[in-house]
Design a protein around this ligand. Structure first.
Ligand code: S3P
Length: 190
């Protein structure tokens, strides 16, 4: 059994993995929030919520269609409204859209009952991950390192200010990232 397996068996049996609060994963598009969220959900036996997926389901349309038909401001409003709901929950892991930490009020809502975890990845790693997908309207027509670096720079300060824990995703497996995170989360006793 590897380290993560051992941690998981120590945690298992406790309601909501023994967590009193929530975990909010933030980071740039393609930083791996959804896959890390799935791993944390399994280790702590808690529900995983993907904001983009839930918003798309409730609106009955894809994220690109929401942007195209209603504009970005409308989408940002939906994110903030959804965070109101999520901040009332206990014991969930939330994979946030990349733009969520850019609004101060969103950060306040995440911190209300939760720990904010930043997944950091280089522009090269991001490019590899988003290259073949078309579900991120802000990157359509801009799939290159210089555009990604520029947008990442614009967001860096807010991402870092929001984070309680930061982990690097570059060159690591999901299991490695998840192991580091579980240890850090347990240390923080949320
Ligand atoms: C966005 C990130 C996307 C999605 C939307 C806008 C952003 O989510 O919410 O396309 O502004 O960074 P992911 O980070 O899950 O790709």
């Amino acid at each position: 059994m590897d380290e993560l397996g051992q941690l998981q068996s120590e945690i298992s049996g406790q309601k909501a993995g023994g967590l009193l609060g929530n975990i909010f994963l933030i980071g740039f598009m393609g930083s791996g929030k959804s896959t890390v969220s799935a791993c944390l959900s399994e280790v702590f036996s808690i529900e995983a919520i993907e904001m983009d997926q839930l918003i798309a389901k409730r609106e009955g349309k894809s994220i690109p269609d929401i942007f195209a038909q209603h504009g970005e401001a409308y989408f940002r409003g939906l994110e903030t409204k959804l965070l109101d709901e999520l901040s009332e929950k206990r014991g969930v892991v939330v994979s946030c859209g990349g733009g969520v930490p850019m609004r101060e009020e969103n950060v306040i809502k995440m911190k209300k009952n939760g720990l904010v975890v930043l997944l950091r990845a280089s522009p090269q790693t991001i490019l590899e991950r988003v290259r073949n997908s078309h579900d991120r309207p802000l990157l359509e027509g801009h799939k290159d390192v210089s555009y990604i670096s520029g947008l990442m720079e614009q967001r860096r300060e807010k991402y870092e200010a929001a984070a309680d824990i930061t982990v690097s995703a570059d060159g690591r497996t999901v299991r490695e990232i998840c192991t580091e995170l579980v240890k850090k989360i347990l240390e923080m006793r949320i």
